[in-house]
Design a binder for this molecule. Sequence first.
Ligand SMILES: Cc1ncc(COP(=O)(O)O)c(C=O)c1O
Length: 449
Amino acid sequence: MAQARGQAQARTTIPNDLAPYWLPFTPNRAFKRRPRLIAGAKDMHYIAADGRRLIDGAAGLWCTNAGHNRDPIVAAIKAQAEELDYAPAFQFSHPKAFELAARIAALAPADLDHVFFCNSGSEAVDTALKIALAYHNVRGNAGRVRLIGRERGYHGVGFGGVAVGGIVANRRQFGALMAGVDHLPATYNRAEQAFSVGEPDWGGHLADELDRLVALHDASTIAAVIVEPVAASTGVLPPPKGYLQRLRAICDKHGILLIFDEVITGFGRLGYAFAAERYGVVPDLVTFAKGVTSGAVPMGGVLVRKHVHDAFMQGPEHVIELFHGYTYSAHPLACAAGLAALDIYREEGLFERARALEPIWAQAAMGLKGLPNVLDIRTVGLTVGIDLASRPDGVGKRGYEALDLGFFEHDIMLRAVGDTLAMSPPLIVSESQIGELFDKVGRIIRRLA
Ligand SMILES: Cc1ncc(COP(=O)(O)O)c(C=O)c1O
């Protein structure tokens, strides 16, 4: 091992021994044969380890909504590190935690007024599920323990999130997960929806499947329903028209909490602070992460409506109301980065910018229709999912090759989920950069034929 390390150090293109680091959600052996290493970033671009500039078509991992290495965020993190590195999250706090909670609550619709902080989307989901269960518990409905997710949903990688999630590959290695979970059907149907711009006309009725699950399990056993307003990680599935509104109505009818997982859709991705605003639906809980700091420091959280929060604030005042939290909840560096990111979103009008660019983005994306192997293109906000036909010799091979070609030969950062290419640029993307992104993707798709 020591010798291998030494040899690796002697090479110039591979900075380290690649063996010790086990990359997440990555085919490690393929990656390490030809690593895609990134050394720097600025605004709309990454700098590869070999010095090439790549246009970022993915906002990192759906997170750098303000663009990369923005000066105000960098300065805020530096200043915070000098002033206060860490304050205990339990029994103590620091002023910026309150300031950021107030700023996020002010962006959220209606009485989503309270914020519980954590460090990632996965933690946000597990936190929201626990708050939902505990809410019914403190109100004397301890029998409401079932959680309903949706097929093709992605809610991170905690046990709760995987249990309510609906992506088979993320579930099958991990045993029985959680008991008492059921799933709504996915909202996607290619025959009915192919090449829809925005929310498809077909599929609103699929929300009524919740009534079927209520009939099966009885409402008195169900705590919450969790959905992504746009199921993004599975390949960008916008909600059919009317679907989210119907889910809200059915939840109301049966006293079930509705959770929107807005880890991707929050902070401007759909042209609004939250998808809840775009769709005019107020869920009881909203998870967020990623864009809250524009990806600069890990942070997640849950927005909680007043009636849910207040249900916990009833007992004796010396008693902890929710036995849950993280050492790094509302970490000072994350709060500083979050405040600076929110300033940029506001000062540069980035949410409105995304809304204004949406038709231009959609038109450019649909320009790829008719290219070889393109089965469907879906757009909503500044996102797109492009389904490619799978190769007969392996599902996911064409998608992986597109990502690899993008990185090494076309200087573009793409995401591939199986054979679906997903794009979601930073919200600072210009019209000409939108053209550049789709021009590159078109050339890549032609090469894959
Ligand atoms: C909707 C949704 N929920 C949760 C997560 C998990 O977030 P994290 O990777 O920060 O744990 C993601 C990540 O992409 C997501 O898209």
